[in-house]
Design a protein around this ligand. Structure first.
Ligand code: XMP
Length: 516
């Protein structure tokens, strides 16, 4: 078995980044909420080391989360980050105190002594840039610990107990604002914990294929293809695992981008020879969406219609015992909510929820352990074309939520043409991979223009492009004006029905990425 590291989550906003950095160093890692960590769950996961995340609580408050005793009794190295360090110190006999001022942002770390964490990379006497975000600080150390680095706001910015191989840092090594933080995490996993770093995507692929074969046996698997990265990677992986016992169903909702239905069928049916049921259901979707303008109603109708059509097509294709889904790791991590309660629903993001129960199928979810960028990597290892693997995320309801107001075949056609021009120019300018998502929106707003010598009265098209790491927050992409001018010019000249183009310069929050 490959080496594993268990991350104990105390609710930090950046806990996922710890898992990613550890995996990037070739060590498989998973995140458990602190209250699920017991001697039993540690033994079952069998990690080589444990990492305690940061969190929003104060260890000085009575009801704040504690590190389960099993962590310190496991006999393996432990690294506490921020809150994790403070909890470790406080529970092992040291002291934590409130600071007068919070230390937030970039800070200078002074290395005072060598230790396994620094591993020669961070030398005594050197100064390293790190990122801090804390109110409390460690005031005295538990027995066995020594200080190995200090900063202005944190006298014990890094501490070590070499005997037990327990370490603590007040700063966040997992964020990019600690430029050499990844090296520190790597020293922890490789030097202190002795991990070999042999977790690769090729190894993951081989294990996933073996696991799928065990789970599926001689059964048939159904896979809904959407044209997106996740479902494509699932299909390619399942094809390797079960070959002709995989049936792909591709429902064209009529809400897809220009050329995408053709790309999906060409790749999977013609290139991979995967049995593919292709159903152009655009008429059904359009019919059910007639007169609907509310964004959440659109989502609900599209979700339900999808399930109806999928069920029918799957039945016609002979059915199956298993349904494959592209669930990703961020969807399955039980996050520790800082505030406790459920968060408000801004938008209901639909997937094929409810389908497995309705059709009495077991789920196959081979991407459950992966982050999005790892899914892309797996796609490359499986030989999927770069154009597909690097594709921007695309929402399930598709263009329906990029046409505020009523959706008609004519409006879809106008939007598709504007969107295609926009994306063509983005690719031509070499910007596609710098952008998280880019798309056109067709507004239900007509404005006056002048074309030739005549007055025009046509719709406005808005362009959106954002950078993001996970879609949760986003910034608008800073194009140069000449690029925007070129795109606007082409759209107005080439697409009948649009006479004005605007660029959306709002970030998320307060706006969302999509317009509905
Ligand atoms: P928002 O607009 O909420 O989008 O900032 C965040 C990310 O989610 C995608 N998105 C959806 N995906 N069904 C989906 O499958 C939906 O209803 C949906 N709404 C938004 C959006 O494209 C972005 O990547």
């Amino acid at each position: 078995m490959t080496d594993r590291v268990l991350i104990v989550d105390f609710g930090s906003q950046v806990t996922q980044l710890i898992a990613r950095r550890v995996r990037e160093s070739g060590v498989y890692s998973e995140i458990y909420p602190f209250n699920r960590v017991t001697a039993g769950s540690i033994a079952a996961f069998a990690p080589r080391a444990l990492i305690l995340s940061g969190g929003p609580a104060s260890i000085l408050d009575d009801d704040s989360p504690r590190v389960p005793d099993a962590v310190f009794e496991a006999g393996i190295p432990v690294l506490g980050i921020c809150y994790g360090q403070q909890a470790m110190v406080s529970q092992l006999g040291g002291a934590v105190a409130r600071s007068d001022t919070r230390e937030f942002g970039r800070a200078a770390l002074n290395i005072v002594d060598d230790c396994e964490l620094f591993g020669g990379a961070w030398a005594a006497g050197a100064e390293e840039q790190v990122w801090m975000s804390h109110g409390d600080h460690v005031e005295s150390l538990p027995p066995g610990f020594r200080a190995v680095a200090t900063s202005e706001g944190a006298p014990y910015a890094a501490i070590a107990d070499d005997e037990r191989r327990f370490y603590g840092v007040q700063f966040h090594p997992e964020v990019v604002h600690t430029p050499r933080g990844a090296e520190l995490l790597r020293n922890f996993t490789h030097r202190a914990a002795g991990c070999s770093g042999d977790w690769t995507m090729e190894a993951f692929r081989d294990r996933a294929i073996a696991d799928i074969r065990v789970q599926v046996g001689s059964g048939r698997v159904l896979c809904g293809l959407s044209g997106g990265v996740d479902s494509s990677v699932v299909a390619a992986l399942l094809h390797e695992a079960v070959r002709e016992r995989l049936v792909c169903v591709f429902i064209d909702t009529g809400m897809m981008r220009a050329g995408e239905p053709e790309e999906v069928t060409n790749l999977f049916r013609d290139h991979y020879n995967i049995p593919l049921v292709h159903r152009d259901a655009s008429a059904v979707f359009l019919d059910r969406l007639a007169g609907v303008t509310d964004p959440e109603d659109k989502r609900k109708i599209i979700g339900e219609t999808f399930i109806d059509v999928f069920e029918k097509e799957a039945g016609a294709a002979g059915g199956a015992e298993f349904l494959a889904q592209g669930t990703l790791y961020p969807d399955v991590i039980e996050s520790v909510s800082a505030l406790g309660g459920p968060s408000v629903t801004i938008k209901s993001h639909h997937n094929v929820g409810g389908l497995p129960e309705r059709m009495n199928m077991a789920l196959v979810e081979p991407l459950r352990e992966l982050f999005k960028d790892e899914v892309r990597e797996l796609g490359r290892v499986l030989g999927l074309p770069e154009r597909l693997v690097g594709r921007h995320p695309f929402p399930g309801p598709g263009l329906a939520i990029r046409i505020p107001g009523e959706i008609t075949a004519a409006r879809l056609d106008v939007l598709r043409r504007a969107d295609a021009i926009y994306l063509e120019e983005i690719r031509k300018a070499g910007l596609y991979d710098e952008i998280w998502q880019a798309f056109a929106v067709l507004l239900p707003v007509r404005t006056v223009g002048v074309m030739g010598d005549a007055r025009s009265y046509e719709d406005v098209c808005a362009l959106r492009a954002v950078t993001s790491t996970d879609g949760m927050t986003a910034d608008f992409f800073p194009y140069d004006m000449a690029f925007l001018g070129r795109v606007a010019n082409r759209i107005v000249n080439e697409v009948r029905g649009i006479n004005r183009v605007v660029y959306d310069v709002t970030s998320k929050p307060p706006a969302t990425i999509e317009w509905e």
